[in-house]
Design a protein around this ligand. Structure first.
Ligand code: ZN
Length: 794
């Protein structure tokens, strides 16, 4: 009688299992636990787009981390967050309802954002459930471990509270500066939200005149429309060609403005003519240069991306049209020497794809320049997986040259909780504890404390979405919501996240949490690389190479996908490729595990005898090695290498060799073995299967749950992770044994004999004496002799 009734594993079995897990809140977080807490600050996905394959893979890996820690005896805090704030939601709303934020009343726009989010529904949550992710809860709420939303009153309140704290500590100031401007989204962006793309651009050689000598010099530029903002001409100090120009004056073409010419190391000798026109706002290095040289910037581009009065005859034109027009003008005046196409490294808005402009805006800034070294120190106290990933963070910190602009002129985000006196402009900072909407509500005071005026203006700006996201570990650990719990639970055990958001999510979180708590907020940081297509290309809609996790779940279920995610590669170290074939391929191992378990389940369980047979000791030895290996690597967030080892063990040593060798002893149909010898085989089979299931269960939780339940009537989720037992020394190694088996099987195969054909005489090394009987029965040998040289006689 088998204890496993279903003849095959099928994906339909998963549904009833995750249904059971959900109904019984199996992974609920117990706040009153006596266990140590292991907390995972999962990245909140945007819910208006379906879960993509990269997310599915990384959440499945995070789930393995969570399940493993539960088995180690931790109370695991593993909540799902949903990001519902900021530009991505606003951009989607503009698209969906064909509106522009700038032309829509605020109330109306917010309403439509909410509508969009409602339409998205619970698809994201359902996908995670189907993937077998063991989140504490699948219900949205504000209790610890429940699904949280970044646009909830509860979350936004904490965002505002932390702002008020930072304000009161003097860490926030307002200043008018040149900022990165996204002309499409009409908002300031932080440096961290900018990407660079090589864009084919005209490189123009333009004639300038040296005032003192009257000679022409040629300057190359991709942005001739910015000549009106030119503040200086520079050349490299090592560039002998221009030594004589140092300190002279140059007259700019068309605008006839006098600027100085100086040597400076940022000018590259090989680029263009080696002479560089420094404009107030050409790109980031220009901005830094103006700051460094203390030059007064001239802002010629307005918020809407059009030129202003500083540009003279270009006034009112969009940047690209202005560029065309000034080139025509230069050509006509014979001031344009040459033109050629180059690939120009252009700053691009990460969110909208628009080319960044630089304009002057008044924004709130959070001080970060003073804390660069502190954050580096903090990072040294955190374990990075992989170690090399830390470099990405450190390089970013080193490159920071300006404080963090945190205010945005958008709507669907957390409001900046400030009011101003309409009479004396006094800034009113409310008390912590409420969620404030200054753009439509009155301040929580009756009159201005300074001038007693009752006339107030509410702040209309909102926070950068990273200002919300960067407190996620504080929020999940109940910061300012349950101080006692917070104290017991910090630091957060793990931040798992993508490498592309190191400069934003990770950096800002470390900064914000340091400013608020003075501590490193994480013990471990695990940075993941990317899932790419079969050819190693990034997946995108436009390339048509997207693999939808829903299709995978419909076709194969979660288990082959999860096993694939663990065994395909180590996402903590490299990108890896994704294909249906590879995922489907891993279902063979799922089937193998099922068949092995089912085979074992045919035997009635027996007690472990006082003495085990050599072969049984050997397989237990081998499994001990794998237990040790899995434990050590799982702790380092590497599920890849153990998964491969475990898979190979299952197929090779365990199924192909060990099962073959002890099958007859376990059945003992002809009573060739003693009861003790038979029991040794059967009890070892069950022992091994249970260990294999426990080692596998973080990776493939459904099938292991089902088998373990059927065999032991216990929930594998609440079993302890195996510990390696003691190692017993044997006269031969596993490799010796596999070599012997293969040699016998090969000889039979070479002679075209079936594997069970009788061997008349088998001569093998004497180290195998201890398993003589198993070998005789398995290989059907009449006599076995022991000698130095291997020999078979039929
Ligand atoms: Zn006042």
């Amino acid at each position: 009688m088998t204890q496993i009734k279903e003849t095959r594993w099928s994906k339909e079995l998963e549904k009833s299992i995750y249904g059971y897990w959900k109904r019984n809140s199996l992974y609920k977080f117990n706040k009153n636990t006596k266990k140590k807490i292991y907390s995972i600050d999962t990245p909140p996905p945007y819910i208006n787009t379906p879960v993509h394959i990269g997310q599915a893979t990384t959440y499945v890996l995070m789930d393995m981390f969570a399940r493993f820690r539960r088995m180690l005896g931790y109370e695991v805090l593993f909540p799902l967050g949903l990001d519902k704030n900021g530009l991505p939601i606003e951009i989607a709303t503009e698209k969906r309802f064909n509106i522009r934020l700038t032309e829509t009343p605020r109330e109306k726009f917010l309403e439509l954002c909410k509508k969009l989010l409602d339409e998205a529904g619970s698809e994201t949550i359902d996908s995670f459930l189907r993937l077998g992710i063991s989140f504490n809860s699948f219900n949205i709420g504000t209790n610890i471990g429940e699904v949280y939303e970044t646009d909830s009153e509860s979350y936004r309140k904490i965002t505002q509270n932390t702002f008020i704290d930072l304000w009161n500590k003097g860490l926030i100031y307002e200043d008018e500066r040149i900022t990165n401007w996204d002309p499409k989204l009409q908002t300031t962006l932080a440096d961290s939200e900018i990407d660079y793309e090589e864009i084919p651009t005209l490189f123009n050689e333009i004639k300038f005149k040296v005032k003192e000598t009257g000679e022409d010099i040629i300057i190359s530029t991709t942005r001739p429309e910015l000549i009106c903002t030119c503040g200086m001409i520079i050349f490299n100090p090592l560039d002998k060609r221009y030594e004589s120009l140092d300190g002279k004056t140059v007259i700019t073409p068309i605008y006839n403005k006098e600027v100085k010419i100086k040597s400076h190391p940022i000018a590259q000798i090989e680029k263009g003519t080696g002479l560089v026109m420094m404009c107030s706002v050409g790109d980031l290095s220009d901005i830094r240069f103006f700051r460094e040289m203390n030059l007064e910037p001239v802002i010629a581009i307005e918020k809407d991306g059009k030129m202003n009065h500083h540009a003279g005859f270009l006034n009112g034109l969009k940047v690209k049209d202005a560029r065309k027009k000034i080139l025509e003008e230069l050509k006509q005046k014979n001031l344009l020497a040459k033109q050629r196409m180059i690939n120009h490294r252009t700053p691009i808005s990460e969110r909208s794809g628009a080319e960044i402009e630089f304009i002057s805006m008044k924004e709130f800034y959070l001080k970060q320049l003073n804390y660069k070294n502190k954050i580096k120190e903090i990072s040294n106290k955190i374990n990075f997986y992989s170690k090399e990933s830390k470099r990405i963070l450190i390089d970013w910190i080193n490159s920071i040259s300006i404080d963090w602009p945190i205010s945005r002129r958008r709507y669907y985000a957390t409001e900046i909780p400030l009011w101003y006196c309409g009479n004396c402009n006094y800034t009113i900072v409310p008390k912590k504890g409420n969620y404030y909407l200054p753009w439509k509500e009155n301040p929580p005071i009756k009159e201005c404390p300074k001038c007693k005026s009752k006339n107030f203006l509410g702040e209309t700006r909102v926070f950068d979405t990273w200002f919300d996201s960067s407190i996620s570990p504080l929020y999940i650990l109940m910061y300012e919501r349950d101080s006692k719990f917070f104290k017991s639970a910090i630091p957060c055990s793990l931040r798992p996240q993508g490498k592309e958001i190191t400069r934003t999510w990770l950096y800002y979180t470390l900064l914000r949490c340091y400013l608020l708590t003075k501590k490193p907020i994480f013990n471990d940081v695990w940075i993941n690389y990317h899932v790419v297509d079969e050819k190693g290309q990034k997946m995108s809609k436009s390339k048509g190479n997207i693999i939808d996790p829903k299709t995978i779940l419909d076709k194969f279920g979660a288990e082959p996908f999860r096993l694939w995610a663990a065994s395909e590669g180590n996402l903590g170290k490299t990108d890896f490729r994704c294909s249906f074939d590879r995922i489907e391929g891993s279902s063979k191992t799922i089937t193998k595990l099922w068949n092995v378990a089912r085979f074992i389940s045919f035997f009635s369980k027996v007690k472990k005898p006082s003495k085990l047979e050599y072969l049984d000791i050997l397989i237990i030895n081998e499994l001990n090695k794998i237990i040790k290996f899995a434990r050590q690597n799982y702790e380092k967030y590497d599920f890849h290498n153990p998964a491969i080892k475990l898979r190979n063990f299952l197929w090779e040593l365990f199924a192909s060799h060990y099962l073959e060798l002890i099958k007859s002893r376990a059945y003992n149909r002809e009573n060739k073995f003693t009861k003790q010898q038979q029991d040794s085989a059967i009890s070892t089979l069950y022992h091994c299967l249970n260990i294999i299931l426990k080692l596998f269960t973080p990776i493939i939780p459904f099938i292991t749950y089902k088998i373990y339940k059927d065999l032991n009537n216990k929930d594998i989720n609440f079993e302890e992770f195996p510990k390696e037992g003691k190692f017993t020394k044997l006269s031969f190694t596993t490799e010796d044994l596999m070599e012997l088996n293969s040699a016998i099987w090969m000889t039979k195969k070479d002679k075209n004999l079936p594997l069970n054909s009788e061997i008349n005489k088998l001569i093998i090394n004497k180290k195998f004496k201890s398993i003589e009987k198993d070998l005789i029965v398995t290989h059907n040998a009449t006599t076995v002799n022991f000698g130095e040289k291997f020999e078979i006689k039929f």
